[in-house]
Design a protein around this ligand. Structure first.
Ligand SMILES: Nc1ncnc2c1ncn2[C@@H]1O[C@H](COP(=O)(O)OP(=O)(O)OP(=O)(O)O)[C@@H](O)[C@H]1O
Ligand SMILES: [Mg+2]
Length: 334
């Protein structure tokens, strides 16, 4: 048998990461742009753009976010965009240098079974065998914490929580809530529009402010941003809104953690309460672990901590799993 490459892929609603056994590690926004017309095609000099490059040319392109919640995965244009995106992501790992490629894949939890067969179709031809696992499990595995932990992945499309006790989690061990980063962006946008009547906002602007300033707890912090009101430049402080919006997300996270612990084997519950791990982009909200711990105080003493590599930990855990899993755990797809 020839040389085999292992890859771990975190296919995310907002951004995706690939890690390979040859040392590749790259994150790309899950965005595909196709030139709108021949003028745009001529200017851009290519038929398809990905990630940040696509976003920077968004007015000249039709923009697809093929993994976003609510995107019909059987829509031909989105499916083609998904395929192009996944191919582009895998190319980062130079698969053509190897005889075979084995991959562990995490895809957004809102992708249903029919969509998963599309996912397989998308990977076919580039990956020989795959294993699909959840984001919280991959993160727990990355940190050697799968023996007794609750992992909460606060992503863009969903917040996924799982209890881990040394085996693959089954359906009952995992739980998804719809309130996550994208939901928070909409709340913030709505609050800013109410306070600054006529403010001209896009979701991307609001998300960028959130990523720069996000925090919960303590006193209001100053967060100065520039926005247009009917074409006129305004510089305003959105610090109070950022805090209020971010704090609105916390009860959903806390509710999910309580539910997953309450339904666990009672002998394991103390261990779960003592090891609650936050990951995903949302775990970068300043002060989040303290506030989650405070709001969990009524279920007893808890320990809540954030991973230090929230953007890469899913792909890195998937790669770690890929390396150690026996071949019979993989499904051949070619
Ligand atoms: N500093 C930050 N503070 C708050 N939110 C942040 C910060 N940095 C990134 N985010 C948000 O985290 C989300 C992206 O996180 P992540 O990459 O884990 O999501 P994803 O994997 O693409 O989504 P999903 O797992 O739901 O498919 C986005 O909503 C992004 O705005
Ligand atoms: Mg994710």
């Amino acid at each position: 048998m020839g040389e085999r490459l292992y890859i771990g892929i975190d296919l995310g609603t907002y951004q995706s990461t690939i890690a390979s056994s040859a040392g590749a590690m790259q994150t790309i926004e899950t965005v595909v742009g196709k030139p709108k017309d021949p003028v745009a095609r001529n200017m851009l000099g290519k038929d398809v753009l990905f990630g940040a490059e696509a976003l920077s040319k968004k007015l000249a392109c039709n923009i697809y976010r093929p993994m976003a919640a609510g995107v019909a995965q059987d829509d031909e244009a989105n499916l083609a965009a998904a395929k192009a995106f996944v191919s582009h992501l895998i190319e980062v790992a130079d698969p053509e240098d190897y005889d075979e490629v084995f991959g562990v894949i995490c895809s957004p939890s809102h992708i249903t079974f029919t969509d998963k067969s599309n996912l397989v179709a998308t990977l076919r031809g580039q990956v020989n065998a795959i294993m699909v696992v959840s984001e919280p499990f991959a993160t727990g595995f990355d940190h050697d914490q799968y023996m007794g932990a609750v992992v909460v992945d606060v992503g863009a499309g969903t917040t996924d929580v799982a209890r881990l006790y040394g085996t693959f989690p089954n359906e009952d061990d995992e739980f998804t809530v719809a309130e996550a980063g994208d939901w928070l962006d909409l709340q913030l946008m709505d609050m800013i529009e109410k306070k600054y009547t006529g403010a001209q906002l896009t979701k991307d602007m609001v998300r960028a402010w959130k990523e720069e300033f996000s925090y919960v707890g303590g006193n209001d912090e100053e967060c100065m941003v520039e926005l247009s009101v009917e074409g006129k430049k305004n510089v305003v402080d959105v610090g109070d809104i950022i805090r209020e919006g971010c704090e609105m997300l916390i009860p959903y996270i806390v509710g999910a953690i309580k539910a997953i612990i309450a339904t666990a084997d009672p002998e394991y519950q103390p261990q779960f309460r003592n090891n609650i791990i936050l990951s995903g982009g949302g775990s970068m909200i300043e002060g989040i672990a303290e506030m989650v711990a405070d709001q969990l105080a009524d279920i007893g003493d808890v320990r809540v901590w954030c991973v230090d590599n929230p953007i890469e930990s899913v792909a890195s855990g998937a790669l770690k799993l890929a390396n150690v899993m026996p071949d019979d755990q993989y499904t051949a797809i070619n």
